[in-house]
Design a protein around this ligand. Structure first.
Ligand SMILES: Nc1ncnc2c1ncn2[C@@H]1O[C@H](COP(=O)(O)OP(=O)(O)OP(=O)(O)O)[C@@H](O)[C@H]1O
Ligand SMILES: [Mg+2]
Length: 228
């Protein structure tokens, strides 16, 4: 599904360059739920942003579903990003003035789908995260866990190949974190969604198949939690 070879990302050049990724290689299979762990500054967000095509690598190759996305022209990269990659941010990144459904369907509208079709797609995605009844609520009327589930619905509405999540539970208490992790687990088990999630919490790893750990820009361990 995702094949990464000798991936490097340096910020700046010469002696003062920050080597955020120093040459990492790994493979993620279709349907895997993977946690990325490691101390602050170890390169987790840098990796996720590159794989989600939000940033470029300095060196190395990465293919997604056999497509060498690292060398795609920009127009195709942006099409791929819009249609095939789901990304969930730590702070939800929802629009406050819009209802849950509107936050989800705005991306479908951007793809050129009709309002009616976009609304149906949004309701289906909200249903998958258990929030169909609350589709009319604005973010202020939702709990932290519910807000993050709306953000997940927005990310999965386009049925992405891969769902990336960068510390999706960082601003949530334990209960809300569990809601969000349960949704990821269900998306993974019921719909076979491939998920790559950055986390700092050891107890979150009970939900995943595999834990990849980074240290100072290097991949230092790759541990299987359960067999698929
Ligand atoms: N835009 C940037 N310009 C310069 N250096 C950067 C930039 N983004 C990240 N870095 C540096 O690259 C290294 C890796 O950063 P990254 O954000 O990937 O870490 P992280 O593992 O996600 O950390 P955290 O757990 O705190 O989110 C750090 O040393 C960071 O300071
Ligand atoms: Mg980070």
């Amino acid at each position: 599904m995702i094949l990464v070879k000798n991936l490097k990302r340096y910020y700046g050049t010469g002696e003062t360059a920050v080597k955020a990724l120093k040459g990492v290689s790994f493979e993620i299979k279709k349907g895997e739920f993977v946690a990325i762990m490691g101390a602050s500054g170890s390169g987790k967000t840098t990796l996720l942003r590159i794989l989600a095509l939000l940033d470029d690598a300095t060196e190395g190759e990465y293919t997604i579903r056999g497509l060498e996305v690292s060398s795609l022209p920009e127009a195709e990269r942006s099409y791929y990003r819009l249609t095939q990659v789901g990304y969930v941010f730590q702070d939800y990144a929802l629009i406050n003035e819009m209802s849950a459904a509107e936050n989800v369907y705005i991306l479908s509208m951007m793809e050129g789908k009709s309002r009616k079709e976009s609304y149906e797609i949004a309701l289906e995605a909200l249903d998958k995260v258990g929030l169909k009844e609350k589709h009319n609520r604005i973010p202020d009327e939702l709990s932290g866990g519910e807000k993050q589930r709306v953000a997940i619905a927005r990310a999965i509405a386009k049925k992405p190949d891969i769902l990336f999540a960068d510390e999706p539970c960082a601003n949530l208490d334990t209960n809300n974190s569990k809601q969000v992790l349960d949704v990821f687990k269900e998306l993974n088990e019921k719909y076979g969604q491939t998920i790559v999630m950055v986390t700092h919490e050891l107890w979150h790893t009970e939900y995943v198949d595999r834990v990849i750990t980074f240290e100072d820009g290097n991949l230092v361990s790759d541990e299987k939690k359960r067999n698929r």
